[in-house]
Ligand binder design. Structure first.
Ligand SMILES: [Zn+2]
Length: 278
């Protein structure tokens, strides 16, 4: 456990990049073997804007990582934050509590807020206007969204008192978890069901990408599913019935065009409408 901590404390940027590329490649291959939706789409063409936004996400996060490190140093030096106020506990328990708290403050909460606050929804919209959700969709975030999420992560580190090793461990797990739950893969139903009690499973997250409410506003979880179950935002929908995208932004051509997507947050506010059969 301590060795893991030591590794993530000083994880080289190259290793972080390898996790992203390795995960994408692994799930991309798996999508070829066990696809959820077999309908053909141009996988490489579809990946272009998504890879572009993955790169902008990395670019935005690189310089900002400096402030994460500074904040993390500050909470450690001043014994500040929830983790520092806990009594002496084993490292494994400390790690689990830290990861769960980071998942709530740094991922679940900002995601929920992005769905409820109009201008933030318009920024997050870029992630939802993908008509073919697959593993490349995981990091399809407008650069402004990368900044918004970063601010929440920073607040999380401050409130939780997260050491930098735990921040890096969380972010690395988060990359792989989101690539997994966005991947166009079909797990055995029972396995997906069991997984969804602990982590956000592929079937669980796909519900969130349905083009209409109330499903769009459900299953906000990032790594762990407990927050949706606890906060009453957990929903189920038969994967067969899922239609990806946002019904009020149906232009598939625009939604696959980098320039249009960069401008998308500055269009008129529009939320998905309610599904007729719910
Ligand atoms: Zn969302």
């Amino acid at each position: 456990m301590e060795a893991i901590f030591d590794y993530f404390e000083t994880i080289p940027s190259l290793h972080r990049a390898l996790i992203i590329v390795g995960g994408l490649t692994f799930f991309w291959l798996l999508e070829g073997i066990m696809p959820l939706f077999g309908k053909p789409y141009k996988k490489w063409k579809h990946a272009v804007p998504n890879i572009f936004f993955t790169l902008t996400t990395i670019l935005v996060n690189l310089p900002l990582a400096f402030f994460l490190l500074k904040t993390s140093d500050w909470v450690a030096a001043n014994n500040f934050g929830i983790l520092n106020w806990l009594p002496e506990i084993p490292l494994w328990l400390y790690t689990i509590i830290g990861l769960f708290l980071m998942d709530f403050v740094g991922a679940y909460l900002p995601h929920l807020v992005e769905h409820k606050v109009k201008p933030l929804w318009m920024v997050h919209l870029v992630h939802h206007t993908d008509h073919n959700v697959d593993t490349t969709t995981a990091n399809r975030h407008h650069p402004l969204e990368s900044v918004i999420r970063y601010v929440f992560t920073l607040v999380g580190v401050l409130v939780i008192g997260t050491p930098i090793a735990l921040v890096m461990l969380y972010q690395s797990l988060s990359v792989v978890a989101t690539q997994f739950n966005h991947a166009n893969i079909k797990l055995p139903k029972k396995l997906d069901d069991i997984l969804s009690y602990v982590i956000v499973s592929p079937d669980m997250h796909k519900v969130h990408h349905h083009y209409r409410l109330p499903y769009t506003d459900s299953n906000y979880g990032n790594i762990f599913s407990v927050w949706d179950r606890l906060c009453g935002t957990f929903m189920k929908l038969d994967p067969e019935k899922i239609v990806y995208g946002v019904d009020v932004f149906p232009d598939e051509k625009k939604n696959g065009h980098i320039g249009e997507l960069l401008k998308q947050p500055f269009q008129k506010y529009d939320k998905p409408t309610m599904d007729a059969d719910t």
